[in-house]
Design a protein around this ligand. Sequence first.
Ligand SMILES: [Fe+2]
Length: 324
Amino acid sequence: MTSIPTLDCSNIAMNLKDEEISVETLKEFGQNLFESFQVYGCAVLVNHGVCNKSISDAWEANKSFNSLGYKEKMQYEPGQVTGFHNMHGYQAMGKYDGPIDIDWCIRESFRFVPTRAKETNFNPDDSVPGYTEAFTNLWEASYQLAKRLLTSLTFPLAIKNQNYFTELFEHIHTQGCNATGLRGNGYQAVPEQLKDDKFAKSDRFTEHTDKGMFTVLYQDVVSGLQVQARSGAYIVAKHVPGSILVQVGEILQRVTADKIPATPHKVVVTEEQKKQSRHSLAYFLFPDKDQLLTCFDGSDTYPPIRTTQMTDTPDKLLHFEKAA
Ligand SMILES: [Fe+2]
């Protein structure tokens, strides 16, 4: 069976400073990543250099939070929020307030945005000590990784300005300017007495494409994620210990004028997996909320649009209306 390519990141790993990586090395990696995106829509990264402790601390914090009782978790539910960039806090199972167009999800999650964490009361440190620190650290590590990957992608696209993509989110650390978040996900095991219930029969998260530029995913040993290759075939994204999965979002497709298409994916569940809970950490990188998104090649394949128009309306058809 076909599997997603594994890219060795040793030469561009996060323990290396920018000046320690030659242009040729970055160029070669960017070409490999681009080719993987072209065929599979995603890539598995190993030897990436993202600190193991950052991953494991956030992983444990997420699992601890997911195991809390319903009432306790609901204390961190912010209720109705205006604007996707302001969304920070807990979302109960089955509730989805994000920017994508989906039929169904059986998932609970905590969407964590560090700049929002500084100004709200919806941080679960009272229930899970160290939660904010752990999530902030992995958010930052994922950001540094995403920046390097996006810089490498300027080469296969023949973009002269290596900061072309990273300039789209230069206000990422400024409060209220950017929606980039680290989402701690939890998919609960299905109790035996509910196994014939309509909820238990569904996929855990129906087919969709992510909205942002890039998704950086830290997966569980309990898999279930499937990604659609460009051939149309769905491929199981198996858990590779210590690896990170990266996939493409709709905004990157738009700004690259379809050169790097977004990746359809879903989370399915087998009878065996229903007996187990599943956890994941997903980092969704977005441009600054007021950024005007244009096609990199000046082609006007898509008309210019602001990030908020993409994030505050889940209508996928609207987003992919081509220029007249
Ligand atoms: Fe997704």
